[in-house]
Design a protein around this ligand. Sequence first.
Ligand code: V47
Length: 382
Amino acid sequence: MELPTEALELRAARTGLQGIPTKVANQERLSTDDCLAMYQSDDVALLGMLANDVRERMHGNVAFYNVNIHVNYTNYCNQFCGFCAFQRRPGDDGAYCMTPEQVGEELAKANPEATEVHMVAGVWPALKYDYFLEILRAAKASRPDIHVKAYTMVEIDEIERLANKPLPEVLDELKEAGLDSMPGGGAEVFSERVRQQLYPKKMSAERWLELARGIHEYGFKTNCTMLYGMTETLEERVDHLNRLRELQDDTSGFQTYIPLAFHPENTPALGHLPIPSPLERLRSIAIGRLFLDNVPHIKAYWIMTGLAVAQAALSMGADDLDGTVSQEKVYHDAGASTPEVLTRADIHRLIRQAGREPVERNTVYDIVNDFADGDPVEELCV
Ligand code: V47
């Protein structure tokens, strides 16, 4: 349905969004000033409407999801990020480090219909280069057909350091061992000020972007994220998104953008902060869709947004809900109250209630099942 641009401009003029409806209607790129205005405006409903227009232009009525498993192979970490409730040192309560065999066993037990395993973890320098290769081999040995989406830029940085070889050689070896693509985590927010305050040991924004560029140029797809709701300013959020968009103009390597709302519970430095409100979570989805015009997909990661926001997000810019997920630890350690797993039938119900058509995809967005013959009724084992 075509939006009445003139009427929307009258409203936008009252809510600080003037010019944006016209640019969206004309498919013109939004500026960083527009992006800041979108963060400053109270009119999240208008942002949602505009983002929905773009989303429907790109993906029609479809809402994507996949059947996936999370394996967080260790929570040992030496980065000591102030926002992270998942990290442990060896010997701490709840600290663990899975062997490659345990990763294989975990996958053998997991949902037989999963098409993807998402594997990320902490950074611990006593782990050897071979460990990271063995984890991949164990995953593929256990589930030869599964797509292994593993290792954020932070882990790749550590793996490259351990390997002490040029990046393309390391990527050759990771690929040979079973790596298929990389997730989008570890970027946090690309502000040196916030990094110094909360995660000074973590790689810089420049290094994250340099690695992502190298990985895209090598031929791997990755996702991208922004962790928001800590101590960053709105200008710093805009700068983060702009740097992602600039890199994407050069490489086209990002498949999906996932805004990650900060969860404060059990975190070392930020337990006093509130969780970004549902409206703020919807705003982040809508701005992602409107500003990142060169990223194909916007994901409402239900584990993090909550189910109600994820449903609403499907009409405010998001075209993807992530997956069935099981065994997620990063958010649940930080107090996420969402379930740890949804069945395929649960996801279908959420999507249908939002007026969309569920399509199961694989990691690279090939269609696995469009359910033209009806929705699944069975509850799958997970
Ligand atoms: O890198 C850590 C963030 C990320 C907290 O690529 C936190 O498909 C909020 O990147 N509150 C990991 N966020 C999750 C991630 C992800 C998730 C789903 C799909 C994909 C994908 C990627 O979570 C970390 C960090 O940025 N994080 N602690 C916290 N307390």
